[in-house]
Design a protein around this ligand. Structure first.
Ligand code: NAP
Length: 323
C-alpha cells in the first residue's frame, strides 16, 4: 500500500526533482507544485531520466510563491511538505525584492497553508547562505548554531534565504506545525536537464574552459541525491523536529581543486578544462549533526562533482570531443 501524501514545492528544480525521486522510491505518494502546468510533461521526462517508474503516484498543482492561488489545494491531505522552491538565479537581480519577496512571503504562504491543512511537519530547504556569511571564517568551524546577519550582506540571494528561514522559525513558534530546516552548501551530482541549477553552471564553466579566473572563495560540496535523502530523513525522524541540519560532504573545494579533480580523473577532457591558478582552501564546515542525529552518510565531494561532469557530458551540455 502507498504511504502518506507529501507535497514537494518546485518539482521542476534540481533539488525538487531529486526529492520527488527519493519519495517515490520509498513508496510515498507525491504532489508537486509548478508555476505553470505546461511543464508537466517536461518534469515527468526529467524524472523518468532519473529512474522514476511509478509516476502514477505523482500529481501536479499550479502555484507561484508570490500569489495565494493554488496553495490550499497543494497542501490538502498532505502529511508532510518539503518546501524546496525558491528563486536561485545565476545573476543577482537589480531589485533584491525579486528574490526576497518570493523566498520569505512564499515560505510564509506555504507554512500558513500547511498549518491550516493539519500537515504534521514541513521541511524547509534553506542554505549555507543563512549560516555562513557574517562570522569571520578564520579559525571557525561552521555549524548549525551559526547565522548570517542579513543586515551585513548586500547579496540578494543570501539575504533572501536568511530572511526566509528566520521568518519560518518565527512563524512556527506558536504553531502545532513542526519545522525542520536543511542548510545545504553547493549542490552538485547528476543533472537531469540541460539547464540544471546555478550550482552546476560552475562545473559547465570549468569543463568548457570558460572559467578563466581562480575565484578566491572556498565552498562545501554535497550531492543532490544525499540532499534528497536528508530531506526525507528530516521529514520523518522524530529527533529532527525543530532542528536545522548543515548538509555538506566532508571537506571543502574551490574552482581550482574542481578543475584539478576533473583533469586527473577525466584525462581525456584535460585540454578543454580551465587552467586556473592555485588558491588556498580556507573554509571549515561540520556535518557531524546530520551524521550523528539523522544517521546521514553522504557521498564524497569528489563523487558529487564527477557525477555532475558525467551527466553534463551525457546530456551533451558540454562536448566530449574538444580534447
Ligand atoms: P533550481 O533548479 O533553480 O530550482 C528552483 C525551483 O524553485 C524551481 O522549481 C523554480 O520553478 C522554483 N521557483 C522559483 N521561483 C518561484 C516562484 N516565484 N514560485 C514558485 N516556484 C518558484 O534550484 P535548486 O538548486 O534546485 O534550488 C532548490 C532549493 O535549494 C532552493 O531553495 C535553493 O535556495 C536551495 N539551495 C540550492 C543550492 C544549490 O547549490 N543548488 C544550495 C543551497 C540551497 P521554475 O521551474 O518555475 O523556475
Amino acid at each position: 500500500m502507498n504511504k502518506e501524501l507529501v507535497l514537494v514545492t518546485g518539482g521542476s528544480g534540481f533539488v525538487g526533482s531529486y526529492c520527488i525521486l527519493e519519495l517515490l522510491r520509498q513508496g510515498y505518494r507525491v504532489r508537486t507544485t509548478l508555476r505553470s502546468l505546461q511543464k508537466v510533461e517536461e518534469v515527468k521526462a526529467m524524472l523518468s531520466r532519473g529512474g522514476a517508474t511509478n509516476l502514477e503516484d505523482l500529481s501536479f498543482v499550479a502555484a507561484d510563491l508570490s500569489q495565494d492561488e493554488g496553495w490550499e489545494e497543494a497542501v490538502r491531505d498532505c502529511t508532510y511538505v518539503l518546501h524546496v522552491a525558491s528563486p536561485f538565479p545565476i545573476q543577482s537581480p537589480q531589485d533584491e525584492n525579486e528574490l526576497i519577496i518570493p523566498a520569505r512571503e512564499g515560505t510564509l504562504r506555504v507554512l500558513k497553508a500547511a498549518s491550516q491543512a493539519g500537515v504534521t511537519r514541513v521541511v524547509l530547504t534553506s542554505s549555507f547562505a543563512a549560516i555562513g556569511y557574517s562570522i569571520d571564517p578564520k579559525d571557525h568551524v561552521f555549524t548549525e548554531a551559526d547565522w548570517t546577519d542579513p543586515a551585513q550582506t548586500k547579496d540578494a540571494y543570501i539575504k533572501s534565504k536568511t530572511l526566509a528561514e528566520r521568518a519560518a522559525w518565527d512563524f512556527v513558534k506558536d504553531q502545532k506545525l513542526e519545522l525542520t530546516v536543511i542548510n545545504p552548501v553547493g549542490i552538485f551530482g547528476p543533472a537531469l536537464t540541460h539547464d540544471s541549477s546555478t550550482s552546476l553552471a560552475f562545473v559547465t564553466l570549468i569543463l568548457t574552459g570558460q572559467m578563466t579566473e581562480s575565484l578566491p572563495f572556498s565552498f562545501g560540496v554535497v550531492d543532490v541525491r544525499d540532499v534528497a535523502d536528508l530531506h526525507v530523513r528530516a521529514m520523518t525522524l522524530p529527533q529532527a523536529k525543530g532542528e536545522r541540519f548543515l548538509a555538506t560532504a566532508d571537506g571543502v573545494m574551490n574552482v581550482y581543486t574542481i578543475a584539478q579533480l576533473i583533469r586527473e580523473r577525466k584525462p581525456e577532457l584535460a585540454s578543454q578544462v580551465s587552467r586556473l591558478k592555485p588558491v588556498d582552501l580556507w573554509l571549515q564546515l561540520s556535518n557531524e549533526k546530520a551524521k550523528t542525529v539523522l544517521h546521514w552518510n553522504p557521498r564524497s565531494k569528489e563523487e558529487a562533482i564527477l557525477a555532475s561532469v558525467e551527466s553534463l557530458l551525457d546530456l551533451a551540455t558540454v562536448s566530449k570531443d574538444k580534447g
